[in-house]
Structures are given as C-alpha cells and as structure tokens.
Design a protein around this ligand. Structure first.
Ligand code: NAP
Length: 256
C-alpha cells in the first residue's frame, strides 16, 4: 500500500485539465490521498467540478479567492469540519495583470506589483497559516515557482519578482513550521503549456528554447511534476524543507 494512502490534502489552483495542480492532484489521488479542491470563482466552477468529480461524487469542492481572508477562513473551517485534520497542501496559484507581462519591467505599475504579489506570494503565507492548525500530525506544503525568480526571463517581469518573494516566504515558513513537523518546499517547473503560461508574451518560444538548451533536450511533462509532488509529500522527503527543487530537465544548471 502507498505511504500516502489515507492522507488528506487540499489543492489550490486547478483551472482545467492542463493545470499543473491537476497533474499533482491526479498523482496524489493515485497514491491514495483524499483531496479537497478550491476554485477561484463561478467561471471555473464547472471545470473543476467535472475534474474533481472523477475522484468520487463526494469530493470536497469550495470557492476561494486567495486574496480574500474571509474565503481562506471559510475553506479551512470547512476542511476542519469534513476532514478533521490535514496532511498535504498544494499552492499552485499565480496572477499578474496581462500588461505587466508584455512590456518593459521598468513600467510595472504600483497596482500590478501589488496584485501580483498578493495573489502569487502573500497567499502562500495566508494559506499556510490556515492549514497549519489542521496539520496536527505534521504535513507537507508545496508551492509552484519558476526560474524567473532568480534570472531575467524576458516578459516574465513582475511575476519573477513575485516568485522570488514566494521562494523566500517558503524558507521563512519552513523555519516557523518546522517544529510542528510541517515541511514547506517549492517545485520550480520548466515551462508547461497551461492557461497561465499562455498569458506570458513569447511563451511558445520559451518552450522551444528549453527544448534546445536543457541538458535533457525536452520539456518537462505534467506527470513528472505529479511524481515530484508525490515525492515531496512522502517520507522520502522527510528531511527536506525550505528548498526549491528544479524539475526542468536540467535547464537551471546551464550558464550558456
Ligand atoms: P493555471 O492552470 O492557469 O493555474 C493557475 C491558477 O491560479 C488558476 O487556477 C487560477 O484561477 C488561479 N488563480 C489566479 N488568481 C487566483 C486567485 N485570486 N484566487 C485563487 N486562485 C487564483 O496555470 P499553471 O501553469 O498550472 O499555474 C500553476 C502554478 O504553476 C502557478 O503558480 C505558476 O506560476 C506555476 N508555474 C507554471 C509554469 C508553467 O510554465 N505553466 C512553470 C513554473 C511555475 P483563474 O484561472 O480563475 O485565474
């Protein structure tokens, strides 16, 4: 039987079947994890309902805009009621206004900076604070990040700065929550063709660039991100916390 069988998890960030969150949710489900899902608004409800429904008709599904403290409080109150405890949490949520991902970084507006950081970085802190009291037997929190946090990737702009904040937050959360046996890590994924990714100008070229320059000469597959999510959730990663794990076919090691 899988080590994760019977564990309880929550997934933030499924928009559709291409979402990285869906790849990790499927891998967790296969490993025997019972999952709850959230969706941002009515627009995505049907999509997520259909996907989550494939895990059984009683799969817990809740609306949650991660910029709203009252939504977060309601979600964890409901998870507490229905599950009693929690072992795993996936943060796979990011947003920046489209114009901030097209032009020059120097033109980033105060509002675009605020929104990008609120949705993509602060939300991890707020969600971890909500989840931690339910992780009474320890837990694993995973957030999705990207290499644009440490190197300049043209057009990634303010999202790179928000990912840097997300990665730093992961380290501070790992320190705070470590004594409670809660681990906090980031998966830094190579480019994957999703809804959010298509919002980045020149994304198709990015896929081609990785294929040409990554040591493995290809792009990462969603299933591979699922497998890493399962590893980080498992006892195999029991001594790993506060880390950024690159799942990018080796692209991050290249200097040229
Ligand atoms: P995705 O399917 O579009 O997922 C992004 C999710 O964030 C969507 O479900 C979106 O919901 C949600 N979201 C945005 N604002 C929100 C809010 N205020 N409250 C709640 N949810 C909100 O794209 P993805 O590529 O799988 O992205 C998942 C994560 O992976 C992100 O953190 C992204 O930066 C990261 N990542 C992606 C890549 C890549 O190449 N795709 C590479 C590395 C890291 P809505 O659709 O309703 O906005």
């Amino acid at each position: 039987m899988s080590q994760l069988a019977g564990k309880l998890g929550i997934v933030f960030g499924v928009a559709n079947k291409r979402s990285i969150a869906w790849a990790i949710a499927q891998a967790w489900h296969k490993a025997g994890v019972k999952l709850a899902f959230t969706y941002q608004g009515e627009r995505l409800k049907e999509n997520v309902e259909e996907l989550a429904g494939t895990f059984g008709p009683d799969t817990l599904l809740m609306p949650c805009d991660v910029t709203k403290d009252e939504d977060i409080a309601r979600v964890f109150a409901e998870v507490g009621q229905k599950f009693g405890e929690l072992h795993l949490m996936l943060h796979s949520v990011a947003f920046a206004p489209k114009e901030a991902l097209e032009g020059e970084f120097v033109n980033t507006s105060r509002e675009a900076f605020r929104v990008a950081h609120d949705v993509s970085a602060y939300s991890l802190i707020a969600l971890a604070r909500g989840a931690a009291p339910l992780m009474t037997d320890g837990g694993s929190i995973i957030a999705m990040t990207y290499y644009g946090s440490e190197k300049v990737v043209p057009h990634y702009n303010v999202m790179g700065v928000a990912k840097a904040a997300l990665e730093a937050s992961t380290r501070y959360l790992a320190y705070d929550l470590g004594p409670k046996k809660i681990r906090v890590n980031c998966i830094s994924a190579g480019p994957v063709n999703t809804l959010a990714a298509r919002g980045i100008a020149g994304f198709t070229d990015m896929l081609k660039h990785y294929e040409a320059h990554a040591p493995l000469k290809r792009n990462v597959l969603p299933d591979e991100l699922g497998a890493t999510g399962t590893f980080l959730a498992s006892d195999g990663a029991a001594a790993i916390t506060g880390q950024v794990l690159y799942v990018d076919c080796g692209y991050q090691i290249m200097g040229m």
